[in-house]
Design a protein around this ligand. Structure first.
Ligand SMILES: Nc1ncnc2c1ncn2[C@@H]1O[C@H](COP(=O)(O)OP(=O)(O)O)[C@@H](O)[C@H]1O
Ligand SMILES: [Mg+2]
Length: 355
């Protein structure tokens, strides 16, 4: 167990890091953040923050030397950056990041564990793309293999005719068949250093243009029926990686069972409701896991939960939400620019407490 006043390092400076830092401070730890220059809202909640490029060897060495344990809040931290952290300080296995950073590897990895991804194929050239359209058909989605988030780096292809008008982005892509689903859901688990796993309840997740807008509980009968199989796959994934901390797998609930979408080796937007809605939040349990503390319970505390993201300039008037009935819980991330499509905060509403 890492003693109080030990230092947790967090790679990445976004809202997930901010909420992880708050949880770490509550448990008596110090937090040092690290990210390249930008709107690093995690810095507000960190004991210290190093602003440096991902490949700044001197800054990374200084960061690593100051930390007792290092985690990440952003899954696109370059592998070379994480590899520069001495192995014993790394909380989560580097392999988890390697797998999750490439949609192709991710789907292959999950398929080998018995999961079912959407039909997919690699696209490096116009000829590959034409072959993909022939083999997988339309509708489908072309995605960059790396660096996508919140639906960025994705192009929907409704018909073969439309495929003709798609300009490839010049990086390795993956083409996936469009999955016809009833609901999207995610499995969020925490795995301790002793290998014990706990799951939070799965919310139904709503997206707009590829970006999560809302997560709700209860998630409905179809999701509930598919959660056991999805959890089994998520646990296999965590065990295969020797994972420690919070891991998320996203799924489509289809008439033929759960279809794997992607994994995130970190806390997840669809788990923000756990701050008020669960016995222990995803942020706190991630910190507990990487520090070797006993894990907290993950049970849902209310009969209904509704988490909504606050996006773009809606954040400018978000404090007004506090006047609404039902005791909404408002979280603003303190971002400087309320750009369109940018996640600025979230609000969680809960129903009656469960007995
Ligand atoms: N193959 C697919 N079929 C149907 N919808 C999809 C598919 N792939 C992605 N989507 C939609 O786009 C969203 C974002 O895609 P995802 O692969 O999760 O990328 P990101 O890394 O941006 O979250 C998904 O949550 C889903 O709503
Ligand atoms: Mg996603």
């Amino acid at each position: 167990m890492l003693p109080a006043r030990s230092t947790i390092g967090i790679l990445g400076g976004g809202q997930l890091g901010r909420m992880l830092a708050v949880a770490a401070l509550q448990l008596g730890y110090r937090v040092i953040g690290y990210a390249p220059a930008g709107d690093n809202v995690a810095a507000d909640a960190c004991t210290a923050f190093i602003t440096a490029d991902w490949d700044d060897a001197a800054a990374l060495a200084e960061f690593a030397a100051a930390c007792d344990v290092v985690t990440w809040e952003f899954e696109n931290v370059p592998i070379s950056t994480v590899a520069a952290i001495p192995q014993p300080r790394l909380a989560c296995p580097l392999r988890a990041l390697e797998v999750a950073q490439n949609r192709f590897h991710e789907k292959q990895f999950i398929a080998e564990l018995g999961g079912t991804p959407a039909p997919y194929t690699r696209v490096e050239s116009e000829a590959d793309f034409a072959a993909a359209i022939t083999r997988i058909g339309t509708p489908g989605i072309l995605k960059t293999a790396r660096d996508g988030y919140d639906g960025k780096g994705q192009w929907r292809v409704r018909s073969a005719l439309e495929a003709g008008g798609v300009r490839l982005p010049g990086v390795t892509c993956i083409y996936e068949g469009f999955v016809t689903y009833e609901t999207e859901f995610s499995v969020i688990l925490v795995r301790g250093q002793d290998g014990a796993i706990r799951f939070w309840d799965s919310t139904a997740n709503l997206h707009d243009g590829g970006m999560l807008t809302q997560s709700v509980l209860p998630a409905g009968a179809l999701v509930e029926a598919q959660v056991p199989a999805a959890r089994e796959l998520a646990a296999k994934t965590a065990n295969a990686l020797g994972y420690v901390g919070v891991l998320t797998l996203e799924f489509f609930a289809t008439r033929n069972g759960p279809v794997f979408n992607e994994m995130a080796p970190r806390v997840h937007n669809s788990g923000h409701w756990t701050i008020e809605g669960a016995a222990t939040s995803q942020f706190e349990n991630h910190i507990r896991a990487i520090c070797g503390l006993p894990l907290g319970g993950t049970a849902t505390r209310f009969e209904a939960i509704d988490m909504r993201n606050i996006v773009g300039d809606a954040a400018l008037t978000a404090h007004r939400i506090l006047a609404e009935p039902g005791e909404p819980h408002l979280h603003l991330y303190g971002k400087r620019e309320a750009r369109e499509g940018r996640k600025m905060g979230h609000v969680t509403r809960v129903g009656h407490a469960l007995k």
